[in-house]
Ligand binder design. Structure first.
Ligand code: NAD
Length: 496
């Protein structure tokens, strides 16, 4: 086994506790076992929380600039280790190395760097009240829990831990049971950057451990990235201890291509919005509404470009579409391909065995054991088809047509989700008007799926609550204490 047995990272070192359960780590491109993980037990969780409570008090009392310096150093170390971390991320996720090298690790470093600066800028407000006054102090929540999904494991760990640490909290982080390796590396990097032990601890386990973290009375907030169903369960159980929750959940986002759009750009965006990370992106624009007058040109260009996509060995720098995370997920996505055909959609591209490109490391026969799905485009879709309504989380695009702006907006909004939306138009008035009407946490005009750290990211409706990135995220990791200071006498009706 390439990676042997990995263990939880507690109090600045790898745990040596005896595990009663292990999780197998498989490479999505071949489904071979590449390692095993010892699942953290209740005693380890309790120990981690105890250590975190102590470490957090010390951390919160440090000068913001000191916290800032440590986080900044961590961001530098992450960038220095970009290639090593990216390679590990590919072993875990099966995504193309060309993406991991240029996006996954970099976006994590961006978050740590951004919140390093934000840590030093954290400040309250002052309220003059006649002769008296009040002020507010943003204080940490204490020990917070982060629970991650498997599609961007390193980025998610950074997006959660950076604002948590910047706000003066300690974080107990549980990566997805399918992608555990890079969060451990992040813990090592934080330590090397000077982060005191116990402030970022990584516990390995599946939903059972997640539940225990959510139920823990000394953890004061949960930030989840995961499915809508998981978000609902977590919110319900967090209610027992009235924890704060940030939920970054799923979506079925619309991308509207108006008749005046730049079709070349719209096609590129639609492809990025459906095939990047083999479609395993929460904000993907999987319902592509194309104005009927430009549909033919759009589909022609989409076909020309999609047919050139290289599917194969994720470690090959030429590969553009990698393997889905697990056999189970592969079965689910293939089930939707079948369903799309059964419900009357036309398989315009894909929906069949992908053409796999062999590499110097993996032959076609070896790749066939992996979880590869061909980039797929369904046309002749109806809004009520399950492929159009449900999150597939694979490289599957549904193309729909529309006639009017009003119709496009109404149909785009006709979903319980509201994570993201996109529109392509050259009409600046329409761009703003439609952006205001779309019910989603982020709208991209003439582009798609860009999440620079400077701007807020999060969902409307059932796609979640709270925001990640930007200074908004910091608000979700702090609580405001207001101090009222009386300068005169107490104005009291009881004075005699
Ligand atoms: P998931 O909900 O199955 O699991 C997410 C995490 O929650 C895992 O770590 C899992 O172990 C844990 N978990 C599961 N049940 C739990 C419970 N009852 N209590 C506590 N923890 C529990 O999601 P996934 O399959 O890992 O990820 C894919 C989903 O994540 C998709 O729906 C996708 O849209 C969503 N996602 C959202 C965003 C976003 O920012 N909005 C980003 C990436 C992925």
């Amino acid at each position: 086994m390439k990676f042997g047995t990995i263990r939880s990272y507690i109090d600045g070192k790898y745990s040596d506790a005896n595990a009663s359960r292990q999780i197998s780590i498989q490479y999505p491109a071949t489904n071979e076992e590449i390692g095993r993980a010892d699942v953290a037990n209740e005693a380890e969780l309790n120990a981690a929380v105890k250590i975190a409570r102590k470490a957090q008090k010390q951390w919160a009392s440090m000068l913001p600039a000191e916290r800032s310096r440590i986080l900044h150093k961590a961001s530098v170390l992450i960038r220095e280790r970009n290639d090593e971390l990216a390679t590990l991320e590919v072993w875990d996720t099966g995504k193309p190395i060309q993406e991991a090298l240029s996006v996954d690790i970099v976006s994590g470093a961006d978050a740590v760097e951004y919140f390093a600066h934000a840590a030093a800028l954290l400040k309250g407000d002052y309220y003059p009240l006649g002769e008296s006054h009040a002020y507010s102090i943003p204080e940490p929540l204490g020990v917070v829990g982060g629970i991650g999904a498997w599609n961007y494991p390193f980025q998610i760990a950074c997006w959660k831990s950076a604002p948590a640490l910047a706000g003066g909290n300690a974080m107990i982080y549980k990566p997805s049971e399918l992608t555990m390796m890079t969060a451990l590396k992040l813990a090592e990097i934080y330590k090397e950057a000077g982060l005191p032990d116990g402030l970022f601890q990584v516990l390995l386990g599946d939903a059972e451990l997640g539940k225990a973290i959510v139920a823990h009375p000394d953890i004061h907030k949960i930030s989840l990235t995961g499915e809508v169903g998981t978000g609902k369960k977590i919110m319900a159980s967090a209610a027992a201890t009235l924890k704060h929750v940030t939920l970054e959940l799923g979506g079925k986002s619309p991308l509207i291509v108006f008749d005046d759009a730049d079709i070349g750009n719209a096609v590129q965006a639609a492809m990025m919005a459906n095939f990047y990370t083999q479609g395993e992106i929460c904000s993907n624009g999987t319902r592509v509404f194309v104005h009927s007058s430009v549909k033919d040109g759009f589909l022609q260009e989409l076909k020309r470009c999609t047919e050139k996509l290289i599917v194969g060995d994720p470690m090959d720098p030429a590969t553009q579409v990698g393997a889905l995370i697990s056999r189970q997920h592969y079965e689910k996505v293939n089930g939707y391909l079948q369903l799309g055909k059964e419900q009357g959609a036309t398989a315009f591209l894909g929906a069949s065995e992908p053409e796999l490109k062999p590499s110097s490391q993996l032959s076609v026969d070896e790749l066939k054991k992996g979880n590869f799905v061909a980039p797929t485009v369904f046309t002749d879709c109806r809004d009520d088809m399950r492929i159009v309504c449900e999150e597939i989380f694979g490289p599957v695009m549904s193309v729909l047509t529309f006639e009017t702006e009003v119709e496009a907006v109404q149909r785009a909004n006709n979903t319980p989700f509201g994570l993201a939306a996109g529109l392509f138009t050259r009409d600046v008035n329409r761009a703003h008007r439609v952006s205001r009407q779309l019910q989603a946490g982020i709208i991209w005009v003439n582009n798609y799926n860009l999440t620079p750290i400077e701007i807020p990211f999060g969902g409307y409706k059932q796609s979640g609550m709270g925001r990640e990135n930007s200074l908004e995220a910091l608000k979700h990791y702090t609580q405001i204490k207001t101090v009222y200071v009386e300068s005169g006498d107490v104005d009291s009706p009881y004075r005699v």
